[in-house]
Write a protein that binds this ligand. Sequence first.
Ligand code: GDD
Ligand code: MG
Length: 343
Amino acid sequence: MKAVILIGGEATRMRPLTQNIPKAVVPVLNTPFLELVFRYLSQHGIRDIILAQSRRLPIAGYFDDGSQFGIRIDYTNEDAPLDTAGAVKNAEKYLNEAFLVLNGDVLTDVDISAMVSFHRQKRAKVTIALTPVDDPTSYGLVETDDENRITRFLEKPRPDQITTNLINAGIYVIEADVLARIPLQTSFSFERELFPQLLAQDEPIYAYPSAGYWIDIGTPQKYLQLNQDLLAGKASSRNYGFIPNIDVLLGDKTSLNPKAQIKGPAVIGSGCTIEEDALIEQSVIWQQVKIGRRAKVKNSIVANHCQLGDDCVIQDAVLGDNVTVTRGARLAPGSKIQPDTTV
Ligand code: GDD
Ligand code: MG
């Protein structure tokens, strides 16, 4: 079975981390995000992947045709963003039998092999994986009957519309004939248009609920959470090729002064220099970052090529690429610093 992965252009909520690189390749445990998704799909025998991009993003530079990852990747680009269903229609020439669609910002342990069997057994047109969340308002709410047939799909429900904690996990199995219902080269949404329309026509749309790990890396906070969850072994490590329960992950060619202290969960990328008595706690540091003496970094994300001066204090902050923090500076907690600035 082939998989279409949806990659939208603007990841405004992930700024300033995504000013220079697409969200799809932000480093998670020092590995480009999509590479983890590829490993997960490979575990389920899915090695034929179409990256449906809302515009030409510098992603092919990371993965090329996929052969170095043991998969095959085709790319489609949109002249103007076509929204979720429009993006899959744009990849129609690659799809001639039932296929899988994944939102490109989700990492999960949903058992897609079992989901595909369920889809076939139910003779569904579309099967949607569901996951429970605390607050469905930023997701697609899905109501079902006792047989897991979907009765209602409501994207971004208002608080007074919440009837269940089960939401669309952003993974679908779709029969190829459904493509005929999506207009060509037109912005068209699975969530707001196609799914409600199929339900109105009484088509068999089923839900595959899963209690496994699931996260949408939409914000820096969620991104930090994902790194920490993977280190803690919360997602099935078998899927992603990691050894769980390492508290601290250090990249190659990173020099760590013996008197520097790192308290996990923490990830430090390659080519970094961490000086004497620096303290790094529950943070993710990208590549080629220099952290000065006695500097403190806590619960923060520091992107590539940042320079943190001696004695500075960074807490609950997100630093874009190439930020310089001057000696002794204290960033206000919650700061988001744009790339190439000095604070
Ligand atoms: N190619 C392409 N073109 N991809 C797009 C476009 C587009 O025009 N618009 C969005 N995407 C991609 C995004 O990059 C993302 O991978 C996926 O489609 C979903 O879009 P988001 O913008 O991340 O939507 P969301 O997170 O608010 O909601 C979606 O995901 C939730 C689960 O995380 C919906 O599918 C919800 O129903 C769902 O619960
Ligand atoms: Mg999303």
